[in-house]
Ligand binder design. Structure first.
Ligand code: F6R
Length: 612
C-alpha cells in the first residue's frame, strides 16, 4: 500500500527519491518523507503531511537535502492518523537506525511494551517506529552487523513488511528486509535502487532482483548482496523488466485512468495474442495441458474488488461453456472460512498487483490444502505469481490509476480463454465452435475502440449526474456481474453512493430506496434475460426512477422505457462484459472529473492492498 524508494550511488539521492515516489504516489498519499545522508554526516529526515508535492516544495525538489544515499516513502495510514509525526522515515531514539516500512506489524504492541521496558520512548503511533527501535535494540545488544540485527528482529516480528533501513555506522548503505510485502532492487551503471513497485525505478534501470520472502539484502553502490534468515549469503538472478518507462507516464492524457481506458484495446489484444497461436488456444506458457484440464473437478475463483467481479463474470462463462462447477469467493472471507476443498479442484487467484494480502493468503491456504493453484496476474515476479503452481500473465502493462480498468479487461480475457479451453478439452464444444469463439474474441479490441471513440455522449450524461445521491445498477446473470463493476467504478472515484443489484432481488428490499429522480442503470446484454430486466426497470420507473439502459445495438425498443440509452456493439453474450464495462468506466470517470475530484487517487484508497 505504501510506496518505498531507495537509492545509493554517485548522483544526488533526493531528486531520484522524489521522482520515484511520484510514480508510487498511487500506492498511498496521506503523507511522505525522505531520509538522505551526505557522506559520513548525520542522516537528514524531512517529512510532510499530505500529497507528495508538499514534500517537494519543502525540499525544493530535493535540492535542499544533499547526499548520495537515501530512502523515501509515501504513506497509506494503517497505525496512526495521517500526520507529519506518523509519516516515515522513522528514527531510533539516538538516530542510529532510520527506516521506511510497508506492511503491518501485528504484534507491535507486545514489541513496544518490551522496548519501553528497555528504556526506549516513542514519539509516533506507528508500528514502523517499533520495528526501527527493535532493530536498533538488537544491533546494540549483540554488537554484530546490521544483517544480524535485522535477522533477530525479523524472527520476532509477526505480520508483513518491506523495510528499507540505514545505519549510522554504514554510510552509503541501505539494508532491506521483506516478508509478504513487495520489494524489488535494481542496479545500473554502478548505482543501486530499491522500490516497492517497478514504475518507481523504470526510468533508471530495468535490471532488477526480486527479493524473496523472509530474505534480507545489503545494498551498496552498484552491488547488492542477499541473505536468508540464517544470515547466509544467497545468490539471485538479475532479471530484465520488459515494461517501458513511457508506459508509466500520462502520455498527454489528463489522468492515468483515461489513458488506461484508452489502452484497453491494446492490452486486451496483447493478452489474447499471448495465448492464441494460428487461431488456436495454446496454454503451454501457462503450463496447463489437456490432461490436467480434464482432471479438474471444480474451480474456486478467489479475488478481491474488481478482480472478484471478473470472477463473477467468469463463473457464468465457465459454467455455461465448460459445464464445470465454479465457486467465486472474496479472498478476505475465503481464508477464514475453513473452506472444504476438493483435492482435484483448481483454485484460480485473480490479481492485478499479485500482492493483495488476502488473495496471497488465500493462495497459500489452497496450497496448504494441496490443491492446484493458477494465478491470473499482471505484475511479473509478484508474490502471487511466484507462489502459484501456474501463472497466466495478463499483459496490461503498469496500471497506475487506483481504479482498475485495463487490468480488469485483461483478466476477463484470460478467464474467457480458460473457459473456452476447458469447454473444448472436456468435450462441451467442438474444435470448430471453439475457433468461432476465438474469432469473436479477436474482434473485442476493435469494438472497445469504437465505444471509446463515442465517449462524448457519456461525458454529457455524466455532467447531469454530478449531484446524484444514489445510483443503482441492475442486471441479471452476466449483467449482474457487469453491474457490480459499474457500481464500484462509480462509487470509488465519484463518492456517490451506488449499489449493484441482481435485478430480480430489487423487490426484496432495495426498491424502497428508489425516489423521484434516482438514477437506475439497467444492464441488458443477455438476450435471454432482456425482457425480465426491462420489467424490473419499469418497476423502478413507476416509483420515480430515472432510467439509463445499457444494451447492444439492435435492441432499440429499450428507448420506450429508458430515459437515456447507451449501445455497445454486438458480440457473443458470454463476452459482453468486456464491452459493457467500457461505458460504465467512462461514466464513473466523467462524473468524478465533473465533481472536480482526484480521479487517479480517490480518498482513503490505495493501489495494491498489501494489508488485511
Ligand atoms: C477497484 C480496484 C480494486 C482491486 C482490488 C484487488 O477499481 O482496483 O478493487 O481490484 O484491490 O487488487 P488486485 O487485483 O491487485 O489484487
Amino acid at each position: 500500500m505504501c510506496g518505498i524508494v531507495g537509492f545509493t550511488g554517485r548522483h544526488q539521492a533526493a531528486p531520484i527519491l522524489l521522482d520515484g515516489l511520484s510514480k508510487l504516489e498511487y500506492r498511498g498519499y496521506d503523507s511522505a518523507g525522505l531520509a538522505v545522508r551526505d557522506g559520513e554526516n548525520e542522516t537528514e529526515v524531512i517529512k510532510a503531511k499530505g500529497r507528495l508535492k508538499v514534500l517537494m516544495e519543502k525540499t525544493n525538489g530535493g535540492e535542499s537535502v544533499p547526499g548520495t544515499c537515501g530512502i523515501g516513502h509515501t504513506r497509506w495510514a494503517t497505525h496512526g492518523e495521517p500526520s507529519e509525526m506518523n509519516a516515515h522515515p522513522h528514527v531510533s531514539d539516538d538516530g542510529n537506525v532510520v527506516a521506511v516500512h510497508n506492511g503491518i506489524i501485528e504484534n507491535y504492541q507486545e514489541l513496544k511494551d518490551k522496548l519501553l521496558r528497555k528504556g526506549y520512548s516513542f514519539y509516533s503511533a506507528t508500528d514502523t517506529e517499533v520495528a526501527v527501535k527493535l532493530v536498533d535494540y538488537y544491533y546494540k545488544k549483540y554488537g554484530e552487523s546490521p544483517i544480524e540485527a535485522v535477522n533477530h528482529a525479523m524472527v520476532r516480528i509477526r505480520g508483513s513488511y518491506a523495510l528499507a533501513m540505514m545505519f549510522r555506522d554504514y554510510p552509503g548503505e541501505i539494508y532491506v528486509a521483506r516478508k509478504d510485502s513487495p520489494m524489488i532492487l535494481g542496479v545500473q551503471d554502478g548505482e543501486s535502487y530499491i522500490a516497492s513497485d517497478v514504475p518507481a525505478i523504470l526510468k533508471y534501470t530495468r535490471n532488477v532482483y526480486y527479493i524473496g520472502n523472509m530474505e534480507m539484502a545489503r545494498v551498496r553502490m552498484g552491488e547488492i548482496t542477499f541473505y536468508n534468515l540464517d544470515g547466509d549469503e544467497i545468490q539471485k538472478e538479475l532479471k530484465t523488466v520488459e515494461w517501458d518507462a513511457e508506459a508509466a507516464e500520462k502520455a498527454g492524457f489528463e489522468h492515468f485512468m483515461m489513458k488506461e481506458i484508452h489502452e484497453q484495446p491494446r492490452a486486451v489484444s496483447d493478452t489474447l495474442n499471448s495465448v492464441i497461436k494460428d487461431g488456436k488456444i495454446d496454454l503451454s506458457e501457462v503450463g496447463m495441458d489437456e490432461e490436467m484440464i480434464r482432471s479438474i473437478s471444480r474451480i474456486y475463483i478467489v479475488a478481491c474488488g474488481s478482480a472478484y467481479h471478473v470472477g463473477m463474470a467468469a463463473q457464468y462463462v465457465l459454467e455455461d461453456l465448460a459445464r464445470i462447477p465454479v465457486r467465486v469467493e472474496l479472498a478476505s472471507e475465503f481464508r477464514y472460512r475453513n473452506p472444504i476443498l476438493d483435492k482435484d479442484g483448481l483454485a484460480v487467484i485473480i490479481s492485478q498487483s499479485g500482492e493483495t494480502a488476502d488473495s496471497l493468503a488465500a493462495l497459500r491456504e489452497c496450497k496448504t490444502n494441496g490443491i492446484r493453484t493458477l494465478a491470473i496476474v499482471n505484475v511479473i515476479g509478484s508474490s502471487i505469481a511466484r507462489e502459484a503452481d501456474n501463472v497466466f500473465y495478463t499483459l496490461a502493462g503498469p496500471e497506475i490509476s487506483v481504479a482498475t480498468t485495463k487490468a480488469y479487461s485483461t483478466q476477463l480475457i484470460a478467464s474467457y480463454v480458460l473457459a473456452l479451453q476447458f469447454a473444448k478439452v472436456r468435450g462441451q464444444i467442438t474444435e470448430e465452435q471453439c475457433d468461432e469463439y476465438v474469432k469473436e474474441l479477436q474482434t473485442i479490441p476493435d469494438k472497445i475502440s469504437r465505444i471509446i471513440d463515442d465517449k462524448e455522449r457519456l461525458q454529457w450524461f455524466a455532467s447531469k449526474q454530478a449531484n446524484a445521491k444514489d445510483i443503482f445498477f441492475i442486471g441479471r446473470g452476466i449483467d449482474y456481474a457487469i453491474s457490480l463493476e459499474g457500481s464500484l467504478k462509480m462509487k470509488e472515484i465519484s463518492y456517490i453512493h451506488s449499489e449493484a443489484y441482481a435485478a430480480g432481488e430489487l423487490k426484496h428490499g432495495t426498491i424502497s430506496l428508489i425516489e423521484d429522480g434516482t438514477l437506475v442503470i439497467g444492464v441488458l446484454t443477455q438476450p435471454k434475460l432482456y425482457e425480465k430486466t426491462v420489467s424490473n426497470m419499469v418497476e423502478c420507473k413507476s416509483r420515480g426512477a430515472y432510467l439509463m439502459g445499457l444494451t447492444t445495438f439492435g435492441n432499440y425498443n429499450i428507448e420506450d422505457t429508458a430515459d437515456f440509452t447507451v449501445y455497445i456493439p454486438k458480440t457473443d453474450p458470454h463476452f459482453a462484459t468486456s464491452l459493457a464495462v467500457i461505458p460504465l468506466q467512462l461514466l464513473g470517470y466523467y462524473v468524478s472529473v465533473n465533481k472536480g475530484l482526484d480521479v487517479d487517487k480517490p480518498r482513503n484508497l490505495a493501489k495494491s492492498v498489501t494489508v488485511e
